[in-house]
Design a protein around this ligand. Sequence first.
Ligand SMILES: NC(=O)c1ccc[n+]([C@@H]2O[C@H](COP(=O)([O-])OP(=O)(O)OC[C@H]3O[C@@H](n4cnc5c(N)ncnc54)[C@H](OP(=O)(O)O)[C@@H]3O)[C@@H](O)[C@H]2O)c1
Length: 247
Amino acid sequence: MTVNPTALITGASRGLGRALAAGLAREGFDLIIDARDAAALDAAAGALRAAGGAPTDPGAHRPSGAVTALAGDVTDPAHRAALLAAAQAAGRLDLLVNNAGTLGASPLPALADYPPDELRAAFEVNVIAPIALTQLLLPVLRASGGAVLNITSDAAVEAYAGWGGYGAAKAALEQASNVLAAEEPVLRVWWADPGDLRTDMHQLAFPGEDISDRPEPAAVVPAFVRLVTERLPSGRYRASHLMPVAP
Ligand SMILES: NC(=O)c1ccc[n+]([C@@H]2O[C@H](COP(=O)([O-])OP(=O)(O)OC[C@H]3O[C@@H](n4cnc5c(N)ncnc54)[C@H](OP(=O)(O)O)[C@@H]3O)[C@@H](O)[C@H]2O)c1
């Protein structure tokens, strides 16, 4: 019996996580997904299952398989343990996508005014939780020769006024990814900037502004699919540099 590869994607009820889940399902991955809002997560899981089934071209890709949806907060150790149990039940884990994230305080404050409790909370979601989840999943990832994809941002490397809290947290995640790549040569470890996307988080960063000129998250999925399917070397990537070139 052929076992589909399995991907665990955090924050897959909407936005980039949901688009990545759909793209990986099309590539034949079984999915484990989470988000805090159970109703939104169940709706996303239902849509992913409905989109599954036999591919129109039998030679193209395998049909998507199981979708396991677990509602919870990535900062909650009990929820992370439930995600591990789901990966163990799947029997393998080929890809962990640490996508769930928070903008932090909004409107974006200058560092001079950043409430320390909100800064700490942003680091919990954007840095501590993905590292802790990765720690938990490393044995099953190693056993599958898997990969870790950490979703970061250009704010990790550029000095945008107001983006100091979010950007510092994403910079910390980038360096943790860099060290993990050195420590785990059997795995692939990628940290990637998806670029500006038309999502709830992006709207929160630009309250009241028209963000309809930003691309939909689905637009960058081919870049991430390329990263995964070509198993590119560990390192930092920008989705815009990874887009497949039309033949
Ligand atoms: N949009 C952009 O322009 C942009 C640019 C650069 C980088 N990024 C990064 O891309 C990733 C996805 O962002 P997005 O724009 O798609 O955001 P989004 O539309 O707000 O979606 C975020 C997803 O994560 C979930 N989530 C948030 N906090 C969570 C938590 N503590 N535990 C579990 N799930 C949680 C949300 O569901 P619940 O709220 O129900 O939990 C939702 O499914 C983030 O890491 C973000 O920093 C985005």
